[in-house]
Design a protein around this ligand. Structure first.
Ligand code: DGY
Length: 324
């Protein structure tokens, strides 16, 4: 008899088909956002789950679902999962690193360029039929990317991929801060130099945040850090909401402490602070860093393969690896 598993959110038909070949699958193709009680109810009797960032897998859920053996998260981040509680109960957890590195780095760069060169504002300007004279010397002036200093906060795989784009593609000076310094070989390959956190904030013309969320990175960027930054600086968050104090950031954008921000992730998403929605010099996107067709398919397939490897012992699941 096939083992029963749950896929918590809508996914690609080919991924479901693959899972159905190996498991008795309960899916959520209508993509209903379940309450915690509904999630627990649907997990009853399931040995595995393909989960997503919106699912909270905590000790209470695990205790209510004693048959669960595997939680395979679609995403490199897994701050939605209490890994210690899973480990204590013998539940294996996997994520989907590597397959999204380059796509997410592309997006970080796209958001940086859209923010620094005011592309979203320009689009609104044209659509509002405000463009009535061409060649105005100071219309929608932005900040240069090439030749500027790119700061990277969190230098895992995605941070390194962003560094390569900046250094090799845009002739940027790249500096980074990370919990631990990278090897000299990787620094050379990325053309990136290690600096302390304060120097990173002080020196960057553009700062991209790529650190994983954990209690220790909660509000790692608040009013004090923003005040260290240049008034002309751009701040980009493609990591997780909660790493930046969004309230302090809104204030910094309003009072000119920094020039602009690009945010793909938010505290309490999908809810976004109403004051951010009214600020023109912030570009807002709905957590789409890894959202290319090929990459999202690869992430879903990897999670499905991980689940099959754990539940059917068909091979080795990719081990849980660092978030970025
Ligand atoms: C990730 O992979 O962690 C992305 O943020 C999607 O959740």
């Amino acid at each position: 008899m096939k083992q029963a598993i749950l896929v918590t959110r809508a996914t690609f038909p080919e991924v479901l088909e693959k899972l159905r070949g190996a498991f008795e699958v309960t899916d959520n193709q209508r993509d209903v956002l379940w309450t915690q009680a509904e999630l627990i109810a649907r997990l009853q009797g399931k040995t595995g789950a393909v989960t997503h960032g919106s699912d909270k897998i905590d000790a209470a859920l695990l205790d209510a679902c004693p048959e669960l053996r595997a939680v395979c998260n679609v995403g490199v981040g897994y701050n939605n999962i209490d890994v210690a509680a899973c480990t204590a109960r013998g539940v294996l957890v996997t994520n989907t690193p590597d397959v999204l590195t380059e796509t997410t780095a592309d997006f970080g760069f796209a958001l940086l360029m859209a923010t620094a060169r005011r592309i979203a504002e320009s689009d609104r300007y044209v659509r509002a039929r405000q463009w009535d004279k061409t060649g105005v010397y100071d219309m929608l002036l932005g900040a240069d990317i090439h030749g500027s200093t790119l700061g990277i906060f969190g230098m895992g795989r995605i941070g390194q991929a962003i560094a390569r784009r900046g250094a090799h593609g845009f002739n940027m000076r790249v500096i980074y801060h990370n919990r631990s310094r990278l090897s000299a070989d990787i620094e050379r390959e990325c053309k990136a130099g290690y600096v302390d956190k304060e120097s990173l904030f002080r020196q960057a013309d553009h700062l991209i945040v790529v650190v994983p969320y954990s209690p220790s990175s909660h509000h790692a960027i608040g009013g004090a850090e923003l005040r260290l930054m240049k008034n002309s600086a751009t701040l980009i968050n493609i990591a997780r909401g909660g790493v930046i104090d969004d309230g302090a950031l809104a204030q910094a954008l309003l009072d000119g402490t920094i020039a602009a921000a690009g945010l793909d992730v938010f505290e309490g998403e999908p809810n976004v602070r109403p004051d951010l929605l009214d600020i023109p010099n912030v570009v807002l996107t709905p957590h789409i860093g890894s959202a290319s067709i090929r990459t999202r398919q690869a992430m879903a397939l990897l999670a499905a393969d991980n689940l099959a490897a754990i539940c059917n012992s068909t091979g080795k699941p990719a081990p849980l690896t660092a978030v970025n």
